[in-house]
Design a protein around this ligand. Sequence first.
Ligand code: 5AD
Ligand code: FES
Length: 354
Amino acid sequence: MDSLYGIVDRLEETSRLTREEWIFLIRGRSAPLAEYLFQKARYWQHRYYGNKIYTRGLIEFTNYCKNDCYYCGIRRSNPHAERYRLTKEEILECCREGYGLGFRTFVLQGGEDGYFTQDKLEDIVRSIKSAYPDCAITLSIGERSKESYQRLFQAGADRYLLRHETADEVHYCHLHPPALSARSRKQCLYYLKEIGFQTGTGFMVGSPGQTPEHLADDMLFIRELEPHMVGIGPFVPHHDTPFAQSPPGTVELTLFMIGLLRLMLPKLLLPATTALGTIDPLGREKGIQAGANVLMPNLSPVSVRKKYELYDNKICTGDEAAECRQCLTRRIGSIGYELAVSRGDYPSILPEQR
Ligand code: 5AD
Ligand code: FES
């Protein structure tokens, strides 16, 4: 087998590694190897995106959820989660404020909440689209039928985020109740791509029971799916969940995985996530320097921010959207990047935006 550096070179050249090589690379990583990787990752980031960072305004519109994922603070069986839903008017108000601040993508994220029926969701998507025709709408509302996805796409949704969480069936069962499976997750992702959504998947780094073998399988799955976006962040324990006592994922491994993703799929839309900013005050800046090119600050009303608590100590829960945007501008300015005012589509979808 090649040296670790040789494997990184080959990943850059061919965008494929064997499972054994992925495992060898992840197990054998070191600070100098990471620096070598990040330099290459920044080369590709600059090639496709220059020094521009795309932003998405995140609207966490409901924290009701019928699911019971063992790691998540808004899981059904957490009686301490204070539940809320935003009205359509409140959602539109978030968009109005966000538009004024320069956001051209709105991400509607929520638990799997039956209150928001297919008709209600389509109506919300249509209303946003007609008020802001120059904006992209991203949905992040979990597993649904192909027909439902199809209709949401027709209503005007452009993108969909659904992290696969872990590609390994057995590990998936360790993190989720029996009603959920890796197989149906993956099936949803293939439907979303087929329908024409810019599709995002992703996983937590350092989730309970995760091994380098699992991460290797995540990379192989992502290579096969070829999504447009991949969101990864460290696992962060939430005090009211079965994994309250599990250790968090590390910044170091999260950054290494970001670098590998940039090299494997160089055009990827790759966020430096809030979870990464939560475990390290400079986590998002480091994420960008490892190859990330997207930030997703919160546009939800400050009154509900703390309630969308997937994990402990989530950052930015007390800050107005405007403060957050300014704060991000300053933070990324300090490392030589700028926030873009644009939809921030995947390069091959709107070639004129390259
Ligand atoms: N730590 C980190 N990320 C989490 N998510 C859910 N719970 C946690 C946690 N405790 C992530 C999942 C989900 C996304 C919305 O948030 O990956 O897909
Ligand atoms: Fe949200 Fe700094 S990025 S307050």
